[in-house]
Write a protein that binds this ligand. Structure first.
Ligand SMILES: NC(=O)c1ccc[n+]([C@@H]2O[C@H](COP(=O)([O-])OP(=O)(O)OC[C@H]3O[C@@H](n4cnc5c(N)ncnc54)[C@H](OP(=O)(O)O)[C@@H]3O)[C@@H](O)[C@H]2O)c1
Length: 236
């Protein structure tokens, strides 16, 4: 099992749920935060907080130092306009610098990357979001290739539209046949957090890319069981 897990993007949203879940499972967790005081208020005292900003690359190695695995959920907020320069600096360059810092530090554990559903499958929703949060899908597709080439162990998990509904109720569909981003492909952040926390160490998630959305009917089985069906990416 990995020791210290760094969550980049762990100050709020899905990343905060992942950080809290890992800590509740008894894991050592660190969150990189632009505003450590605000993050402390949201995360409590169980979780280590290190100052860092993805658009300021010199701050990243300190956050990565000593981490055995990284969960990366950060990004410019979706659903509202964001300029191309900021999107590239955060969602692409920020992630690449984090990956490079992990390589430089000799990190042996996994880089678990949150991506959006539909980065490889055209859809109206993806086209509109790519216009709004300028070129995000283009950069995030390119980042996937960088991660696979990095030599670092990884899991790339593409999520549908994230909701704040309760977790543990609806079935979770895990598939390696890429799904389009559509309004009916959604998943509660709490369910996504359960899958991400499990994917940090699950043997079948190694070098695997997969999509997660809510499925039909009630939840059956735990996250570990759902990930048992995964296969490594071709060429991994
Ligand atoms: N919303 C959706 O339906 C949807 C669908 C697919 C994928 N996604 C992606 O899923 C991820 C999680 O979404 P969410 O809505 O749960 O979380 P969120 O509320 O958008 O949180 C984003 C996180 O990224 C961090 N961040 C942004 N810029 C940063 C920077 N320059 N340096 C360091 N950290 C930075 C934020 O930190 P601060 O606290 O400092 O702001 C926050 O922790 C995002 O990457 C989003 O693009 C979202």
């Amino acid at each position: 099992m990995s020791g210290l897990v760094l969550v980049v993007g762990g100050t709020k949203g899905t990343g905060a749920l992942i950080a809290k879940r890992l800590a509740a499972d008894g894991r050592q967790v660190r969150v990189m935060a632009r505003d450590p005081a605000a993050a402390r208020g949201r995360l409590g005292h169980e979780i280590e907080i290190v100052r860092g900003d993805l658009t300021n690359p010199e701050t990243i190695p300190q956050a990565v130092s000593g981490a055995d695995a990284i969960v990366f959920t950060a990004g410019v907020p979706s659903g509202r306009p964001a300029p191309a320069v900021l999107v590239k600096a955060t969602d692409y360059d920020g992630a690449r610098h984090t990956l490079a810092a992990a390589q430089a530090a000799g990190m042996r554990g996994r880089f678990v990357y949150l991506n959006s559903l539909g980065v490889t499958v055209p859809s109206l929703s993806a086209t509109l979001l790519n216009l709004l949060k300028r070129d995000a899908f283009t950069w995030r597709r390119r980042l996937e290739a960088d991660i696979r080439r990095s030599g670092i162990d990884y899991a790339i998990i593409r999520v549908g539209f994230l909701t704040d509904g309760p977790g543990g109720r609806r079935a979770i569909r895990v598939t390696q046949t890429p799904l389009p981003l559509t309004p009916w492909h959604t998943i509660p952040r709490a369910d996504a957090a359960e899958i991400f926390a499990t994917a940090v160490d699950h043997p079948k998630a190694a070098r695997a890319t997969f999509d997660i959305v809510s499925g039909n009917g009630p939840r059956r089985g735990g996250a570990a069981e759902l990930l048992d069906t995964l296969v490594q990416d071709a060429g991994a």
